[in-house]
Ligand binder design. Sequence first.
Ligand SMILES: NC(=O)c1ccc[n+]([C@@H]2O[C@H](COP(=O)([O-])OP(=O)(O)OC[C@H]3O[C@@H](n4cnc5c(N)ncnc54)[C@H](OP(=O)(O)O)[C@@H]3O)[C@@H](O)[C@H]2O)c1
Length: 358
Amino acid sequence: MPAEGGSGSPISDGLFVQSWWLVLPVIMLLVAAAFIVAFVLLLYMISPLISPKALKLNGAHVVVTGGSSGIGKCIAMECYRQGAFITLVARDEEKLLHAKKEVEKCAINNKQVVLCISVDVSSDYSQVENVIKQAQEKLGPVDMLVNCAGTSISGKFEDVQVDRFKRLMEVNYLGSVYPTRAVITTMKERRMGRIIFVSSQAGQIGLFGYTPYSPSKFALRGLAESLQMEIKPYNIYVTVAFPPDTDTPGLAEENKTKPLETRLISETAGVCQPQHVAKIVVRDAVQGNFLSSVGPDGYMLSALTCGMSPVTSITEGLQQIVTMGLFRTIALFYLGSFDSIVRRCMIQREQRAADKHE
Ligand SMILES: NC(=O)c1ccc[n+]([C@@H]2O[C@H](COP(=O)([O-])OP(=O)(O)OC[C@H]3O[C@@H](n4cnc5c(N)ncnc54)[C@H](OP(=O)(O)O)[C@@H]3O)[C@@H](O)[C@H]2O)c1
């Protein structure tokens, strides 16, 4: 018989103690999960507080290289719509004047000015430095530099003329180094500014047919990362944009020599409109985001290839940590399908060659 006031038999007491020990780890796990969720929520809440202050484009001087056509022209129009003063830089004067008229249609006040400068951004640094000086004398110090001048060529490695490899590095890489070098001292003195490098999704992954183009766009990423570390204490923020295929005269030109494999791989993603790309690039640059991508594919590629790139908000860093494994899994499927496209094209080509011989 149990003692008066007792809590139960020794057997049921033993069972209670045993089940308590079983439940304890579950409780600890729940408490830990609650702490993690609370911590993540806190980071999300304070994230905007440590992000760069947005740049006001109204009244700012924006220089756009490659501003006479395609993505560059649309970026200029987008900035003009937000009240900026614009310097368009490209070689062909006629195209520049035509673009100037289109940009002027986007004015939001009658003080805004569009200046045109004809120069090859890739050939001679002192020329580039001179024209940037002229632009600064007319429209004030540069607040935002958009390095968009670029060209592309596609073809199989052995089919591309050897001098094209050099030319693409000159235009796409040095053509971004020179204008940046020409504005950086003033930006550092003023402790403000934005620098945009327009790379490409082909600057994140190497694809069939892009052996001359991809390295010139990968190089921009290296430049951007190094430069960002140097100039961040001066409140200057770098944005690297990775647009997908975009409907521009540049893409139409590239399509003329595109190998079948490159075309089939490109077709797995769509073609964007330059106005849409421009809006995203300008938004990211104004906010001071380091990586700028377009659409779900672009987002996935940027998260996958973020490596040691700077983050501009805690939110961005957390998203990269959480999504990396899943995105790598998806990427492996993409890589497999690209490899199979390349293999199929090779087999078909060899079959056709064999049929001809017979
Ligand atoms: N379109 C796409 O699918 C795509 C995708 C990803 C990335 N991108 C990149 O986005 C940028 C713009 O491409 P887009 O398709 O808009 O090209 P686009 O329509 O051909 O325009 C290129 C612009 O760059 C200028 N330019 C070219 N070489 C120059 C040089 N040496 N010096 C000064 N200006 C020069 C051109 O004017 P002049 O010829 O008169 O000099 C033109 O204003 C490029 O860097 C490209 O690699 C494009």
